[in-house]
Design a protein around this ligand. Sequence first.
Ligand code: NDP
Ligand code: 2IT
Length: 444
Amino acid sequence: MSYVDEVLERVKTKNASEPEFLQAVDEVLESLRPVIEANEEKYRKEALLERLTEPDRQIKFRVPWVDDKGQVQVNTGYRVQFNNAIGPYKGGLRLHPSVNIGIIKFLGFEQIFKNSLTGLPIGGGKGGSDFDPKGKSDREVMAFCQSFMTELCKYIGADVDVPAGDIGTGAREIGYMFGQYKKIKGTYEGVLTGKGLSYGGSLARTEATGYGLLYMTEELLKCNGSDIKDKVIAVSGAGNVAIYAIQKAQQLGAKPVTCSDSTGWIYDPEGIDVELLKEVKEVKRARLTEYAAARPSAQYHEGRGVWSVKCDIALPCATQNELHLADAKMLATNGCMAVCEGANMPTTEEATKYLQNNNVLFVPGKAANAGGVATSALEMSQNSERLSWTFEEVDSKLKDIMVNIYHNIDDAAKRYGKDGDYVAGANIAGFEKVADAMLAQGVC
Ligand code: NDP
Ligand code: 2IT
């Protein structure tokens, strides 16, 4: 049996109840086959893949907090510190009822390769809780965040592990967590990113994931003989990534016509009104029905459906496994030329294969959404030197990083005879640096 198959078998046996984690490992190891086969004996002896697929540590803890009625509530908190071969653990905190250890492990595993692709010194980690911030008062969110950080602060630090936002964790939650960390530890340090601008946050971090996704899409099209201008774009999600993807798409002359949340979706043939969307989602924290009520050109539909809209480019920006095989077929039939993932693993494995086999350009999340964590690393740099850079400075570094990632994953795919397979390219390019660092550091 090949080394890759041996490890896949072992990972499946050990993590049988974690389908998302298995999906992420399967996709990465399958595309690393040619790299592993070229060094099979050495990597097997070093147990490199066993070490890469086993987190350094998993922390799980109780998060008790008091709701507005005086009732004590209990949630579960997680932090998975996956791999710190190339830098301190870095990755977001997800607050969503669907969070469990398998979800956090899949996100942490993906983060290792994504962070490596940025070219910056950050390792892979992820955390979160099954707490649902939706419908909670600010005081309840604060009570949760303080309790969560009371435990988490034992395991993190500016040179150890630096969490940030993800689904359900935005500026408000990061603020409450930072305040609690500072109070307990007594140190003012860059322990979180995505902070507010008045206390160490970086300009452009809010926009970074969405903007970065569009810089990647722009370069992808340019290098494949096309142009983003005037392209019709279908976007899913209506959160941090989706909003700033829509904004940058418009700045580049494209026309985003959809967005969605967990209850329904909008088709707005005139193009999404991003200021209205921000008002509905960032200020009022309301449902998309409010967007439709305020915008005569918009149609609101219950359930899911953005991928049925005819578009040139699709940008899934909501959550994992939201673009299925049937969606991929509709997109290809409707003439979609590119899918770039703003979310983490939004496309199922079979949908990904279908798109790739039907000449739809496909860039996986670990490359396409790396602008968020890259800009988090730029926030860490600014905190270390106790300076803040201008918006233009951060944005231009972000753009350079995204263009570099595109060329690195393209080159890596070509080196292994997989021209245009950006999934393989991203996994290979991300892996090479981490593997080199792990081997150099001995058995640890
Ligand atoms: P937000 O919480 O800001 O927004 C998430 C959006 O997706 C909301 O519109 C939400 O709808 C929708 N959504 C979430 N879960 C589901 C679900 N199970 N079914 C349907 N819709 C859902 O999160 P972000 O925009 O920050 O994150 C979106 C994706 O991007 C995630 O995969 C995240 O891991 C990834 N990502 C985020 C980065 C960042 O910097 N924030 C960086 C890189 C990747 P509703 O409001 O109704 O729940
Ligand atoms: O998935 C991701 O890359 C993020 N949620 C951002 C992580 C970060 O540390 O900025």
